[in-house]
Design a protein. Sequence first.
Length: 295
Amino acid sequence: ELGLTEFVPYLDRPPSPLEFYREWVSPNKPCIIRNAISHWPALEKWTLAYLREVVGAKLVSVAVTPNGYADAVFQDRFVMPEERQMPFMNFLDIVEKKVTSPNVFYVQKQCSNLTKEFPELVCDVQPDIPWMSEALGKKPDAVNFWLGESAAVTSLHKDHYENLYCVISGEKQFLLHPPSDRPLIPYELYQPATYNVSEDGSFEVVDEKSADKVPWIPLDPLNPNLEKYPDYAQAKPLQCTVKAGEMLYLPSLWFHHVQQSHGCIAVNYWYDMEYDLKYSYYQLLDSLTKAMELL
């Protein structure tokens, strides 16, 4: 079955650890789980006014781009955002449109930033998801906090993590491809670069000259260039919307592209994947795809 499904199913309750591992993790299938975080204080407390009061003027890491695309292909480069340290209340002024900016701002630092940069908020969620920790026999590697503008878009990519993505307010739109779609999804090598703000406020792209080239997906699944990437026409992406109070299980190695409503707040838990037969299968598929491209 290779993890294939025609839609992302819903569970009306959190599963038992055994059920979750057997029905979802082992076959590498996504699902949306309702009533898994309904007991979290964050669902009621995390208004922008509350976040402003609790976090306040504390300096936090914010990704800033001219176009909303961080970690994406632009001008034949793999371009990373400017990572700006700024008072959290100033960031909220932009999200609430009290201050206008031509740029796009997104709190999205994926280094367990909830625990490292927002420890004031940890008590409103959980340090881990107990049934997932028991199912996998491990704690999460990272717990991340996400808040940003609707123009902030996550380009198509995959992660080596079992991901539980919990929406606190607003909603996230996911476009998903299973690992078995790898032959249909183009990868190319790109010079890594970073957005840098010049003195007049405009952005320039600055190469990271000492860094190795980065393999990344140049295709925009919302507007694919099928003349350049005709194989993608055979792909059948799944699309789902994760609403406030819902949790998406995004299995390891699934490709995903993410959009959000303005001011959407989310927390996700990254559990390291098992480098088992599924990983070996993906590596084989990846190698065969690269070999065919050389023919």
